[in-house]
Design a protein around this ligand. Sequence first.
Ligand code: SAH
Length: 214
Amino acid sequence: MTSDAETKMRFLFALRSKGVTDPRVLNAMEEIDRGAFVKGLFAERAYEDMPLPITCGQTISQPSVVGLMTQALELTGRDKVLEVGCGSGYQAAILSRLARRVYTVDRHRRLVAEARLAFDALGLANITAFTADGSRGLEDQAPFDRILVTAAAEDPPGPLLAQLRIGGIMVLPVGQSDAVQTLIRVRRLETGFDYEELRPVRFVPLLEGLGKET
Ligand code: SAH
């Protein structure tokens, strides 16, 4: 077996052992090269189950967390998805294999520009990336079947709840930015919202407004 194949096998094994069991999610994570989203020195660590630094002082999430969040969204293949916190674009790339259409936004223009290049290089044509304050959602494209937030707010932002379709699911970390946060799943029902706590996580904070370019 080549060492690349071995690295991938170990990667998938690590994902399974952390609870990523949905075969469709595992397939998508096998197919999308995380190395395409990590630059420079850290690229050789792309297949380790750890978060890594990316441009603008942000981080690409730990693969097992990407897998668990994707799994928690219960994608059907027909979904229109909003991701808040595009970062490197890795999570959006995984979503794009399992959903019909993915909109992803980040407050840093430079991250969005780099993510677009990676989407093009991998031929992922069903993702649209925008520079925007995602805490306001994406009014023009709403409602969404699924919303994934990859930065932590104290509470689920009102505009995101409002832009979730009835029957839709939103997965997001909530809590104080410098403490352990909780990943929650929100289901929009006919009559209101159902909240479920999934696991402790740690994300960078969801900040208001656009990022200063560095
Ligand atoms: N999903 C990313 C990792 C996200 S890190 C990946 O797969 O690589 C969190 C990202 O959220 C950062 O890039 C940060 O700039 C972004 N962010 C924080 N607050 C935001 C906001 N209000 N709107 C849009 N993006 C935001």
